[in-house]
Design a protein around this ligand. Sequence first.
Ligand code: OAD
Length: 235
Amino acid sequence: MIEIDEHDKIFVLTGAGISAESGIPTFRSGSGLWEQYRIEDVCTPKAWRKKPGLVWEFYSARRAHAKTTLPNDAHKALAALETTMGDRFFLCTQNVDNLHEQAGSHRLTHIHGELFKSRCPDCDKVVNDDKVYRDLSEVGHCTCGAMLRPHIVFFQEVPLELDAVEDRIVKSTLLVSIGTSGTVAPANEFVNLARMAGARTVYIGLEAPENHASFNQVILGKAGEVVPHVFQVMG
Ligand code: OAD
């Protein structure tokens, strides 16, 4: 049980594991996405420069699949916790799906981008875009003329809104990380930042993450089964 009192400010970090029970594959399990595709072929600035068609093929397939998925009980429980706690709750997700929004979350940041948006590589304008492109010739263009790219933070690029996220972490009294392997920086360092600021830190997921030693408590289990019952809000 994670007790939350009236003085607590909670920072929740989610990863691919929270969407696994909704049918979205994680990245690093036996059948994970990075076992089927090479990161350097579809998720780096070089891949975008050399083979934008392959990059769009990968993210179009992910769009098509993500459109068929629904939030699970873990997404819904976090949306309910936000309703209870208001501005004392903040959600940071590494996931690019929109299942937190579908569940009703509002106070959230996608630090790795969003699947259902595209971005101009030249002027950085972001647009809503859920189209599934069969061919590069179908991909839309920005008003400035450049072909749109997925609004995804590729490897070697800087995650989004990091200053605001880190500011939020150091003001929090409790950090809860859910379904992330703790292998990708900088999100795997958030727990240490929270601890340095004096927060309690809890991990929830199927197995202990790589950075498990940094957590005060590790709760093993499926997000959809643990998250709906783990929070006890005292005030
Ligand atoms: P990973 O695939 O690395 O890790 C997923 C974690 O979720 C693993 O530790 C699993 O044990 C756990 N898990 C699986 N099913 C679960 C369930 N039902 N309930 C709870 N936990 C479960 O995914 P991330 O850590 O999110 O970045 O990966 C971080 C980033 O690496 C991603 O955002 C992505 C990727 O490359 C980009 O694409 C930019």
